[in-house]
Design a protein around this ligand. Structure first.
Ligand code: SF4
Length: 397
């Protein structure tokens, strides 16, 4: 797949961090062979993260992120460090940049200890190879994966790229929507409502990705709107799977035979982006939601909201009519801090198609640590439409 057709949320994410003036931005520019990040000798030139995708041989498209220095100062500086940390949380590989000619300092040690807890692949890049090498620093990092580079020397940058490719081979890649669910030659029937919530002139990402994956897997695809389901009965070949938008569950359930394998785009994305088993485990808590509970709805991107918006209107209304009417809802794009989170009895997430799997997994990790049940829209809508376990059975065959 090329840069053009791989969503940025699915590209391997490599985040560059380190002290101000460690040579991060110049390294970033050398890796991507472009002068995107501003390089200067003045500490703190990089403020917000700078993001750029590039093709990296067999690895395909990769996103590189340059970040502000971990020793940034002042109130704004702290905000920049927080932004850097947010990027590190969703990174696949962290490149920790440090000057080879200077001793390691306390801030670097403390920051490293913090990012070690993220359990990511870390590569230490020593910059300024043409300066005298500081033995203390080399000794400190002797158990890490390291490389020494000169940002202006193409040969050392080439070696760095090769090292990144080698490290990435060990990283678990995000699966495709239909992996393990279909075989060559299968027919898929997709139900795609084109209602007021559908973006003008295009399909949404989960639908596009599923169609592309079906074609890559040599399946044929029939697509119909929810008011055209009669076509199902004219098919000579039974679809291997019907995949519907979760919002059309009710009509699909009425219109398609009960023994037809069925799931939804959101449930496909629950597996692709999140932790299918955690959602499944959490769904049973819906029965125990008490009056007065607070529910957090986590929608990962900002989009134009229609009057019947799924996250802010439909799901809260369905919850109140089918689960418990005496609950309240809060809406967050990012999770609030842990103290704030503790007041919630349940989190309901969107499909997360615009964010990385790592980002969703880092949220799930926090919720799991706090014992807060979490499901996604697809699981919730399947539950309230009495479509569990039917819509998850295709994943167990
Ligand atoms: S990230 Fe979430 S809210 Fe945004 S389009 Fe994808 S599923 Fe919808």
């Amino acid at each position: 797949m090329s840069l053009v057709n791989t969503p940025i949320a699915e590209q391997l994410r490599i985040v560059i961090t380190g002290l101000r003036n460690a040579g991060k931005s110049s390294l970033f520019n050398s890796i991507i062979e472009n002068n995107i990040a501003i390089v200067s000798n003045t500490p703190g030139t990089t403020t917000d993260p700078v993001i750029k995708s590039m093709e990296m041989g067999n690895l395909g498209p990769v996103v590189f992120v340059d970040t502000a220095g971990i020793d940034d100062i002042g109130e704004l500086g702290q905000k920049r460090i927080d932004k850097t940390y947010n990027q590190l949380e969703i990174a696949d590989i962290i490149i920790f940049v440090t000057k080879i000619n200077e001793d390691i300092i306390k801030i670097e040690k403390e920051f490293l200890n913090k990012i070690l807890k993220l359990n990511k692949k870390i590569l230490i890049v020593f910059t300024f190879s043409d300066f005298k090498h500081n033995q203390n620093k080399l000794d400190y990092f002797k158990n890490y994966n390291t490389i020494i580079v000169n940002n202006n020397d193409k040969e050392t940058i080439k070696k760095l790229r090769e090292k990144i490719i080698a490290i990435s081979n060990d990283i678990e890649k995000e699966i495709k929507p239909l992996d393990g669910l279909v075989d060559d030659g299968d027919l898929l029937f997709l139900v795609v409502p084109i209602d007021s919530a559908a973006p003008k002139g295009r399909l949404i990402l989960p639908q596009v990705e599923t169609i592309r994956d079906a074609l890559d897997k040599n399946c044929s695809v029939l697509i119909a709107k929810e008011n055209q389901l009669d076509i199902y009965y004219s098919l000579k070949k039974r679809p291997k799977l019907v995949i519907t938008d979760s919002q059309a569950f009710e009509i699909v359930k009425k219109s398609i035979p009960e023994d037809q394998p069925l799931t939804s785009f959101s449930i496909l994305f629950a597996r692709k982006k999140g932790d299918f088993n955690l959602f499944l485990k959490s769904i049973k808590y819906l029965k125990n939601i008490k009056s007065g509970s607070k529910i957090l709805i986590n929608e990962s991107c900002t989009h134009h909201r229609q009057p019947d918006d799924i996250g802010t209107v439909k799901i809260p209304n369905l919850f109140k009519s089918k689960i418990n009417k005496d609950v309240t809802f809060d809406f967050y794009k990012e999770l609030p801090n842990k103290e704030e989170l503790k007041k919630y009895s349940l989190v309901i997430m969107c499909g997360g198609c615009m964010v990385t799997r790592n980002k969703i997994l880092s949220r799930l990790k926090i919720l799991n640590e706090l014992n807060i049940p979490v499901i996604n829209y697809g699981f919730f809508l399947a539950y309230v439409n009495n479509l569990l376990p039917r819509t998850i059975l295709p994943f167990y065959k």
